[in-house]
Write a protein that binds this ligand. Structure first.
Ligand SMILES: Cc1ncc(COP(=O)(O)O)c(C=O)c1O
Length: 345
């Protein structure tokens, strides 16, 4: 058991709920409202999401990110399809095989150095079309920001969506950290999704200050035709939907999503700048959002973890992952760096 409630650098899932989000839940917690999403809060949350992504979309709320990915992918595929993704993709390594189990599809993963797919890498799996012995490629799934904290530019995404659509395929974006990506690029959510041709987005809220809840956004309403049944069969239809919805309203009004994401990114940059001054540390990925990957001497990992918990990313390389979040403060960074320097002596 780790130290009780001490802020560390383990995950952006670890912080408490943002006070404005919690207040929104409290404010909505009175009286009766219709269950299963036919309530004013859910309608208002969908309107808010439309303000950010454009109007011609379909929006469905679910409890968590794995469900958003799995059910979204299910809506786009048949069991004889395959889904191309990066080797490091959450759907490939951190969902306990749920995408394969619930979609029946084969995941075709590609090694990358930075978590990002490119056309060149995707091409490796683009064969066997119309051949009944081969699973049929149907979806390219990318993660924005990636599991390695890197970011796709709008042009890079557009190149992938244009390519996918040429083959009658779809592009799914795991946007557990899409807010951090938009903040990093200094672009709107629409500019990195709707405007670059993606088909479906898992829009993450939990890592950016919410208690729980993600939205699945379809950019072509036709693709969502059967989704209400898929969500129910997938056990993700929340009866008290208003409590997911109000969190999204609070997140999307007054730019709280951007404020939180900018702050987390800024703290990561500060931590990266500070550790970059230490010769024994090697940062291994571009620090574009709120994650830092670094190779550090093995001997200091455990003592550091005892004070500021974080995860080892690659045991063999002695590579660790430090995540910052909306509630990281500068003092955390300076205290951590001070301790790091002490442990390196
Ligand atoms: C890239 C990515 N996608 C999706 C998720 C969502 O996972 P969960 O089902 O734990 O909410 C996570 C959480 O760690 C993630 O890092």
């Amino acid at each position: 058991m780790k130290q009780k409630n001490k802020r560390g650098f383990a995950s952006d899932n670890n912080p408490a709920v943002h006070p404005k989000i919690l207040q929104a839940i409290i404010d909505a917690s009175h009286g009766h409202t219709i269950a299963y999403g036919d309530d004013i809060y859910t309608h208002q949350a969908i309107r808010k999401i439309e303000e950010h992504f454009g109007e011609n979309i379909a929006v469905y709320f679910v409890f968590n990110g794995t469900a958003a990915n799995v059910l979204g992918l299910k809506a786009l595929t048949n069991s004889f399809n395959s889904i191309i993704c990066a080797e490091t993709a959450h759907i490939n390594v951190d969902e306990c095989g749920a995408p394969e189990r619930f979609t029946g599809c084969k995941l075709l993963s590609v090694p990358t150095s930075n978590g990002k797919l490119t056309i060149e890498k995707i091409k490796y799996h683009m064969h066997g079309f119309d051949f009944e012995h081969h699973s049929q490629p149907k979806v390219i799934s990318i993660t924005q920001a990636t599991e390695l904290g890197t970011v796709y530019t709008p042009d890079e995404i557009k190149a992938i969506t244009d390519y996918a659509h040429k083959y009658d395929m779809f592009v799914h974006v795991d946007g557990a950290r899409i807010c951090n990506a938009a903040a990093s690029l200094n672009l709107s959510l629409k500019e990195i999704t709707t405007d670059v041709g993606i088909d479906i987005l898992s829009f993450g809220g939990t890592k950016n200050g919410m208690m729980f809840g993600e939205a699945i956004i379809f950019f072509d309403k036709k693709l969502s035709e059967n989704f209400k049944y898929i969500r129910k069969q997938g056990m993700q239809l929340a009866s008290k939907m208003r409590f997911i919805a109000v969190q999204f309203i609070a997140m999307l009004q007054n730019e709280l999503w951007l404020e939180n994401a900018c702050h987390a990114n800024k703290m990561a940059k500060l931590l990266a700048d500070e550790v970059a001054k230490i010769p024994q540390i090697k940062i291994t990925q571009k620090v574009e959002t709120n994650g830092i990957f670094a190779i550090i001497p093995k001997k200091c990992i455990e003592p550091l973890q005892n004070e500021f918990f974080f995860y080892i990313w690659d045991e063999n390389k002695s590579e660790v992952r430090w995540m910052t979040s909306y509630d990281t403060i500068e003092e955390d960074i300076f205290d951590f760096v001070k301790l790091l320097k002490k442990r390196l002596k």
